[in-house]
Design a protein around this ligand. Structure first.
Ligand SMILES: [Zn+2]
Length: 338
């Protein structure tokens, strides 16, 4: 499974990126490139790969069939040493793109092209720029340098100042249907059972790929044991919360969200459709209370997800989510008719 999620290679083969590829090819043939492109799409939809594909195509010496893969420019791009391509992104585990990196990028952007052709700068993810970073960029957007293309990516474009977003041509990535995403993933590795990873990735195929690399398939097995662990009277909630926060917390929260949602759906359908343990023959008042409890857990999950996107420490929120879940499960066990 050796696929780089940020490489043009992925964008070149992804079926759901065909439309943006064609739009780019048409713009190149007509020599009508915008000076700034904003790629939008959910996390893991392939924005970084598409940005790399655009850079490779725009820099290619043969615009009629770019990216040709044979010209000197394509070779430089392949080697990662193209002098007219600049990339700025998140460094280490920082949550914000450094404003100094943006300033430096703008500085080189106003220079002449090394190879006498176009110049490209990628900012990925642009929605992680600070306000001062975005402001620094604004002047470049207002007074574009001829032959220079700025490519921004954002899964949360609402976080970009309107002054920045409105000066870019938008390129939307639509997440493919589940069946298409699964077919594409199986093409990459047919030995993997992809459905679980794709569900945790909220349907985004590239994210599913990243999750599989990060060992999420293992995590899935571990999470499947969570309800049983929480049902134990001696469960160590603090230890469990710390472990959940430590590794792939967003995916764990999504796993619980999917589990709770599924349980609510089955509960709402009534006893016949409900195969969850402890539920058959459950009095309707208990069932209603249980569903209410599950909805309360969903609220708590959303709060934890929001906290996770910020920089807040969410270990306490984890304890709350797991505590509520444990209470709900044990309440249900107590209400089960003997
Ligand atoms: Zn080329």
């Amino acid at each position: 499974m050796d696929v780089n999620p940020t490489s043009y290679r992925l964008a070149a083969s992804a079926p759901w990126l065909k439309l943006p590829r064609e739009q780019l090819a048409a713009a190149l043939r007509a020599d009508r490139l915008p000076h700034a492109i904003l790629i939008q799409g959910q996390p893991g939809a392939g924005k970084a790969a598409l940005a790399d594909y655009i850079a490779r195509s725009v820099l290619c010496d043969r615009p009629a069939r770019a990216p040709c893969g044979e010209c000197a420019s394509c070779h430089l791009h392949e080697a990662g040493t193209h002098p007219d391509l600049r990339r700025v992104g998140l460094v280490d585990d920082k949550k914000q793109v450094a404003v100094d990196d943006i300033r430096e990028l703008i500085g080189t952007f106003s220079l002449r092209s090394f190879r006498g052709g176009r110049r490209v700068a990628l900012i990925d993810p642009a929605d992680a720029m600070s306000t001062s970073g975005a402001n620094a960029l604004l002047k470049t957007l207002e007074e574009p340098t001829p032959g220079a293309l700025l490519v921004l990516t954002a899964s949360r474009p609402d976080r970009l100042p309107a002054t920045v977003a409105s000066r870019c041509q938008r390129l939307m990535i639509r997440t493919p249907a589940t069946a298409d995403a699964l077919a594409w993933l199986s093409g990459i590795d047919a030995t993997v059972e992809w459905a679980g990873a794709l569900a945790l990735a909220a349907g985004a195929p590239v994210r599913a790929l990243e999750l599989a690399r990060a060992g999420v398939l293992e995590l899935e097995r571990e999470m499947a044991e969570l309800p049983a662990r929480l049902s134990r009277p001696d469960v160590d909630l603090v230890g469990l919360a710390e472990r959940c926060q430590e590794r792939l917390p967003a995916e764990r929260l999504r796993w619980i969200e999917n589990w709770v949602t599924d349980r609510i759906r089955r509960g709402l359908k009534g006893p016949a459709a409900d195969h969850s343990p402890g539920s058959p023959g459950l009095p309707s008042a208990v069932r209603a209370r249980h569903i209410q409890g599950l909805y309360a857990i969903l609220d708590e999950l959303r709060a934890a997800q929001a906290a996770l996107r910020g920089s807040a420490n969410v270990t306490m929120l984890w304890e709350r989510v797991l505590g509520l879940l444990a209470r709900e499960l044990s309440g249900l066990r107590a209400a089960r008719p003997r």
